[in-house]
Ligand binder design. Structure first.
Ligand code: PNS
Length: 219
């Protein structure tokens, strides 16, 4: 290569360097760009009761939708517990709440979760872990699922720490006696809870409870 051509190539490379430095490949992993943590492979299933869906669930769905190609939120139909919301109500709420996430689909399932996962070609199960107390149950379930279907991998994710104490059970418990659930569940869910518990209670407002007076004993 002639000296002049060599000079030209090195000048061209130098002019490309800033562009390369700005490109995704050259960015450090701790950069704050969108694709960070992306696996973007295959279908994952996020199974649960979602009775009702909480902000913690929503947080996890958003996180899951960023790392998987497709995320199927699957509501268990044959739960033994007597639910507060019917499966149809939960399906409707979750569909409304995830309408802006194009790779998230809501469905229901019956029977063994791993069988349903297989039927939709899911390769991963997504579950949330809030605290150590969740771990034992989740580990047991993940290992049992692995025993039944070794090819299905369980992935645990943590919701934002501000939701680390939020559970559907506690939300139901608080709402059922008229306690405030603002910030714990999305507004549409809060509205539905209000409709369920009123007129017995006004959600989030202090209740006047009549305490029966003790009758004085006759001497
Ligand atoms: O939100 P939840 O109630 O903690 O979800 C529990 C759920 C629905 C994921 C779990 O009970 C389940 O997968 N049930 C389906 C039946 C099944 O496959 N059981 C074996 C689990 S080891």
């Amino acid at each position: 290569m002639a000296r002049r051509d060599c000079y030209r190539s090195s000048t061209r490379i130098k002019s490309l360097l800033p562009r390369l430095a700005r490109s995704k490949e050259a960015r450090p992993f701790h950069g704050d760009y969108q694709d960070r943590g992306s696996l973007n492979k295959g279908i994952a299933i996020y199974p649960g009761s979602f009775d009702p869906p909480t902000n913690g669930h929503l947080d996890l769905i958003e996180r899951g939708s960023k790392i998987f190609e497709e995320l199927v939120v699957a509501i268990l139909r044959n739960s033994e517990k007597s639910p507060m919301f019917s499966v149809a109500e939960r399906l409707e709420m979750l569909r409304e709440l995830t309408a802006g996430l194009s790779n998230v689909r809501i469905d229901t399932f019956d029977g063994l979760m791993v069988e349903y996962a297989k039927s939709i070609q899911a390769t991963c199960v997504l579950r949330g872990i809030r605290a150590i107390s969740d771990y034992e149950y989740e580990l047991q379930m993940a290992l049992m699922n692995r025993k039944i279907e070794p090819t299905l991998e369980t992935v645990f994710m943590m919701p934002a720490d501000k939701y680390s104490y939020v559970s559907s059970r506690l939300v139901r418990e608080v709402a059922q006696v008229g306690g405030p659930v603002k910030g714990l569940v999305p507004e549409v869910v809060e509205q539905r809870l209000r409709e369920k518990v009123e007129p017995a209670y006004k959600l989030g407002e202090p209740q006047l409870v009549e305490v029966p007076r003790k009758r004085k004993r006759k001497a």
